[in-house]
Ligand binder design. Structure first.
Ligand code: AP5
Length: 212
């Protein structure tokens, strides 16, 4: 099964992706995670994309599409994957069709904008394994330390109020139209993401199971 995960910044895509991977055994591909890894390792790709991510702007389609195309060509994707954070524009969605990739469903995590800033500003991530926490909603057992690997927790550079506003504006203008794009193809699954993490996971599982 090839799944696309949609939703505004902070809706819970990464959090639910971790649960979906466990239950449905698909490969998790997060474009945001790939960009952050390249930035932290100061690779040529990281140097190119930093100027966009730090301002909360989308990375140009040609860079993102080439990166995803390369990732999808790897053998582990043959058994099914979940794209988290891609596509983010209509041209990116069309590029998947050009690549011949079959999308089985686009799961949209719907969330009120009023909740997003609090979720994003309280997010902490592990420097080592990328696990995600929230200081109130999903705290680590020991403050500042990852439960899974003991790595140091940090706040993402783009998780400040000004950048979040820019990310939301980009989402409204360029990504939101994708819900109509996939609805028109009969592939859209809407999930309520306003409740707790556990309630949202239940909604996600229900939607995906009814679909399979
Ligand atoms: P990316 O990393 O994809 O960021 P994003 O879409 O802004 O999404 P987030 O990671 O902020 O949110 P999320 O929905 O995953 O929420 P999470 O589960 O962590 O992209 C970053 C940047 O990379 C972009 O701005 C762009 O520059 C670039 N980029 C990436 N892909 C691109 C593309 N395709 N094209 C162009 N550019 C691209 O949850 C957030 C917090 O809330 C966590 O702390 C969590 O614990 C908590 N939480 C989650 N769910 C709940 C809940 N139900 N109740 C309470 N708390 C919750």
């Amino acid at each position: 099964m090839n799944i696309i995960l949609l939703g505004p910044p902070g809706a819970g895509k990464g959090t639910q992706a971790a649960k979906i991977v466990e239950k449905f055994h698909v490969v998790h591909i997060s474009t945001g995670d790939i960009f952050r890894k390249n930035i932290s390792e100061n690779t040529p790709l990281g140097q190119k994309v930093k100027q966009y991510t730090e301002k909360g702007l989308l990375v140009p389609d040609e860079i993102t599409v080439a990166m995803v195309k390369d990732r999808l060509s790897q053998p582990d994707c043959k058994a099914g994957y979940m794209l988290d954070g891609f596509p983010r524009t209509i041209p990116q969605a069309e590029s998947l069709e050009v690549m011949g990739e079959k999308v089985d469903c686009a799961l949209n995590i719907d969330c009120d904008y009023a909740l997003l800033i609090d979720r994003i500003s309280g997010r902490r991530m592990c420097k080592e394994c990328g696990a995600s926490y929230h200081i109130k909603n999903s705290p680590s057992k020991e403050e500042g330390k990852c439960d899974k690997c003991g790595g140091e927790l940090y706040q993402r550079d783009d998780d400040n109020e000004q950048t979040v506003k820019a990310r939301l504006a980009e989402y409204d203008e360029k990504t939101l139209p994708l819900t109509e794009f996939y609805k028109a193809k009969g592939l859209l699954l809407q999930v309520d993401g306003n409740g707790s993490i556990e309630q949202t996971t239940e909604n996600v599982y229900k939607a995906l199971t009814s679909f399979i």
